[in-house]
Ligand binder design. Structure first.
Ligand SMILES: Cc1cc2nc3c(=O)[nH]c(=O)nc-3n(C[C@H](O)[C@H](O)[C@H](O)COP(=O)(O)OP(=O)(O)OC[C@H]3O[C@@H](n4cnc5c(N)ncnc54)[C@H](O)[C@@H]3O)c2cc1C
Length: 463
């Protein structure tokens, strides 16, 4: 009898991977160290906890993130199904009620007879001569396992810092000073917007510059991830930088018909609109400074903070030196790495790598030599980024069309996205046909009823 696959880490990647394996007939032992062993960012004990934003990015089928979602759904993704079941309005994005989402993933995993869920920290890498093992321990991999990985692959680990955006309660906001709208009317009234005129913006920009922050150490600075810069770091780059970033006013008009100079957008965290996160306001300001500075925004004078912005380590390996297209570690082919630890960035991308690695494992078990998912698909392009990037400049990335094989010939700009999507769909079907791989056997997954009233498990209450 084949030994169960050991999956370590019940986050986005590990949960998807374990579910795919089990629903395709493979026994799995899934290790998750929480709640006994906490991480600096997770707050609850459910699997697949979203530690910061509640958004899985764009759901537009022509956006690269939308394409990746549809490719994952083609193979019966647990993460996307749970997200859709717990979606909250967020314009064109797929955002979720985080407590409901994590509870749904946990229930689906617990309902899988082929998955044994062990609530334990794995401190040593298993001997993989006798079993397959998938490491999905994420950016906050426990110290013991980080040391093990370092021993295995050498000193090629990189560290950078992610910043979490603050969350405030809906009832502490002044509705008279904020207005509901989505950029360019996409998504109706999903966002609350705090408009600033030029003088207000300048004052706010100065406060950002003057605020006390938790400093990074010098060796960490060059590794800061450009896509997730703290708001005060953006402010330091120039007065207009935040206004061309998260505070951009484009596509928004106040109820009085004015175009604001800058805008702070607040995205609802739950269906009840009881909590909102300040979009793009990741921060390294100290907590008292965050409260002081953000409360100077019109409409947020009495804001109650459910969670402040924070900074955290993010661990990932230099994947081009160590991984192959099947997510295997070159030195130990029965050991695979998936999720953020590989250097993909984001909930969605992490789950996607867990799904792909599971498909490869199942195919390999059945003695079918899996060819890599095509470079013309979002799933294949992610793995290509991990394996074919320049290791000297390797940085995490979200899915984007720049990672896919370029389109052949001249395609008009406005037709490009549709062309990428059509090509990806055809390539994915051809790959699935040639591999004789279908949807999952236990599709759709069994979800318990959504628990909307449950308190937000991922939110902390520093107040
Ligand atoms: C502070 C912070 C903010 C972030 N904000 C965002 C965001 O807004 N949007 C976004 O898309 N992405 C964000 N990310 C990235 C996010 O972590 C990933 O996108 C995603 O959660 C990674 O999925 P994963 O499965 O690789 O890791 P995780 O989801 O972190 O799952 C890893 C799991 O492994 C467990 N674990 C760790 N070590 C062990 C061990 N030795 N034994 C057993 N279990 C173990 C952990 O408890 C955890 O549950 C953020 C990351 C951090 C650190």
């Amino acid at each position: 009898m084949t030994a169960p696959v050991v999956v370590v880490g019940g986050g986005l990647a590990g949960s998807e991977c374990a579910f795919q394996l089990a629903s395709r007939g493979r026994a799995v032992t899934l290790y998750e160290m929480r709640p006994q062993q906490p991480t600096p960012a997770h707050a609850g004990s459910d699997l697949a906890e979203l530690v910061c934003s509640n958004s899985l990015r764009s759901d537009d089928p022509h956006h690269a993130a939308g394409l990746l979602k549809r490719e994952m759904e083609r193979f019966g993704s647990l993460i996307i199904a749970a997200a859709r079941r717990n979606a909250v309005p967020a314009g064109g994005a797929l955002a979720v009620d985080r407590a409901g989402f994590a509870a749904a993933v946990t229930a689906a995993i617990e309902a899988q007879p082929l998955i044994e869920l062990r609530r334990e920290e794995l401190t040593a890498l298993p001997e993989t001569d006798e079993c397959d093992c998938v490491i999905a321990t994420g950016p906050l991999t426990s110290e013991a396992l980080t040391r093990e990985l370092e021993q295995l692959i050498g000193a090629d680990h990189l560290y950078f810092y992610d910043a979490i955006a603050p969350i405030v309660t809906g009832d502490s906001l002044d509705d008279d000073l904020l207005f509901r709208a989505s950029r360019y009317g996409k998504g109706g009234d999903d966002y609350l917007n705090c408009p600033l005129d030029q003088a207000q913006y300048r004052r706010f920009h100065r406060r950002l510059l003057e605020a006390d922050t938790i400093e990074l150490r010098e060796f960490e600075r060059p590794l800061f991830f450009e896509g997730c810069l703290p708001i005060e770091e953006l402010a330091r780059r120039g007065e207009d930088t935040p206004r061309f970033g998260p505070m951009k006013p484009v596509g928004l008009t106040t109820p009085e018909g004015k175009r604001p100079h800058a805008v702070v957008q607040l995205r609802q965290e739950d269906l009840a609109r009881s909590q909102y996160n300040l979009v793009g306001f990741q921060s390294r300001m100290t907590w008292p400074e965050q409260r002081r500075v953000l409360r100077t925004l019109p409409g947020l004078e009495s804001a109650r903070f459910v969670r402040y912005g924070q900074v955290h380590r993010n661990t990932f390996i230099n994947a081009p030196l160590h991984l192959d297209r099947w997510y295997r570690i070159a030195a130990r082919p029965r050991l695979r790495l998936v999720g953020q630890l590989t250097g993909v960035e984001g909930y969605l991308e992490s789950a996607a790598t867990g799904l792909a690695a599971a498909l490869y494992l199942v195919l390999q078990d059945e003695n079918r030599q899996p060819s890599p998912l095509p470079d013309t698909t979002a799933l294949g392009a992610l793995a290509r980024h991990l394996t074919e990037s320049n290791p000297k400049r390797y940085q995490p990335t979200n899915i984007n069309y720049g990672l896919l094989e370029p389109l052949a010939g001249r395609v008009r700009r406005r037709e490009r996205r549709a062309a990428y999507v059509a090509r990806a769909g055809a390539a994915l079907e051809a790959w699935a046909d040639s591999m004789r791989i279908g949807g999952t056997k236990s599709w759709p997954p069994q979800f318990s009823a959504p628990e909307r009233e449950k308190p937000n498990a991922a939110a902390r209450s520093p107040n």
